[in-house]
Design a protein around this ligand. Structure first.
Ligand code: TPP
Ligand code: SF4
Ligand code: MG
Length: 351
């Protein structure tokens, strides 16, 4: 694989965020993906979101599987920790890293093949365990890297570039994530930066399992007439349920709100999400209603986007397992080995 680095020179007047970094400091290497690939637009929105959130790049761990989408982390956050895992196995590696050190921001980057085909089992389990992460699926409905076979998210009846019709039912990753227990579930489109940047910022700020299913057209193999993942199709069938902003350090929680209004939802870490409701009868805190709405839109050939489901009081894997706050690499031998007297006591209590 060839890596081309960007020139290190920055214009001296580039604006810095509150932790002293410019937007350029959040970029990675020059992309080798096809010109026009949706994945590159998502990388650019991740750069923008992390710059605006003023996250220190070295406090982020980005993990991915295999695919064009899983190559994308090379092209953003060049100073962050990175781990390109095996195909479909990113969730278990991310879970292990999070268990070893909860003090980093964990970002899982995957494709629809990586998550919904070979990695479906891992996808399901990482959603139900309360792993504090942002899981981004760059969803193009095909295996881009291996030349455009239908993936498991391809819609039934959609047509491949060479004319084959997909006869299998497509898996909706947003619905599956809601069912599996994810506490922040959103969908967006790589061509809609205005919607996507705040969603990524909100997902990073959510203290639980957050997933973003981002429709990301593959210009090489799935951007033709008959495809339901092309730029034209998604632009024509995109139905946003809300638009989102978020505020740090705000107080009020409003449980009840009028249709068409704005609502603020406070999370336990003090970050409030402000939702402007576009679909007046949509309530993202109602799991069954969210699932029903997504299906209703799908039946009508529309794609529901926005913050689809939110549980503002998520449980965290570390809290569930009552693990130590200290990262494992900082524990000394006395912390790890309680001594033979304590072990004798534990053994006696089990007899
Ligand atoms: C164990 C294993 N099986 C199959 C492959 C071949 N392979 C590489 S990428 C890929 C699919 C990638 O599709 P997706 O995750 O949707 O990423 P995209 O390229 O579309 O972004 C497959 C099947 C592999 N690398 N490893
Ligand atoms: S093959 Fe498709 S998914 Fe892969 S880089 Fe090209 S456009 Fe993107
Ligand atoms: Mg794909």
């Amino acid at each position: 694989m060839t890596y081309i680095t960007k020139p290190k020179l920055h214009h001296p007047s580039l604006q810095k965020n509150s932790v002293g970094f410019t937007r350029r400091d959040y970029e990675g290497r020059i992309s080798t993906l096809c010109a026009g690939c949706g994945h590159d637009s998502i990388s650019a929105t991740i750069v923008q979101a992390c710059y605006e959130l003023a996250i220190e790049p070295h406090r982020v761990a980005k993990l991915s599987g295999i695919g064009c989408s899983s190559k994308a982390p090379t092209y953003f956050l060049g100073s962050s920790h990175g781990f390109n895992t095996v195909h479909g196995r990113m969730p278990s590696v991310l879970t292990g890293a999070y268990l070893a050190n909860r003090d980093l921001t964990y970002m899982g980057v995957s494709g629809d093949g990586d998550s919904a085909s070979i990695g479906l089992g891992q996808f399901a389990h990482v959603m139900r365990r309360g792993v504090n992460m942002v899981y981004i699926v760059m969803n193009n409905g095909v295996y881009g890297l291996t030349k455009g076979q239908f993936s498991a998210t391809a819609d039934k009846g959609s047509v491949a570039k060479k004319g084959a019709v997909n006869s299998d039912s497509g898996i909706d990753l947003a619905s599956l994530a809601i069912l599996m227990g994810a506490t922040f579930v959103a969908r967006s489109f790589s061509g809609d930066k205005r919607q996507l940047v705040p969603l990524i910022k909100a997902a990073i700020s959510h203290p639980g399992a957050a997933i973003l299913d981002v429709i990301s057209p593959c210009v090489a193999f799935n951007n033709h007439k008959g495809s339901t993942r092309s730029y034209d199709y998604v632009r024509e069938h995109n139905e946003a349920v809300n638009s989102l902003d978020f505020i740090t350090g705000q107080a009020p929680i409003e449980a009840d709100y009028a249709p068409g209004s704005t609502v603020e939802i406070m999370q336990p870490n003090g970050v409030a999400l402000r939702l402007a409701k576009i679909a007046p009868d949509y309530d993202p805190s109602d799991k069954a209603a969210a699932l029903g709405y997504i299906q209703e839109k799908e039946r009508a050939g529309e794609i529901a986007t926005g913050l689809l489901y939110l549980d503002a009081q998520p449980r965290d894997l570390h809290a569930n397992l009552r693990t130590t706050r200290t990262p494992l690499n900082e524990l000394d031998e006395p912390d790890l080995c309680p001594g033979s007297a304590t072990l004798d006591k534990i053994n006696a209590s089990l007899r």
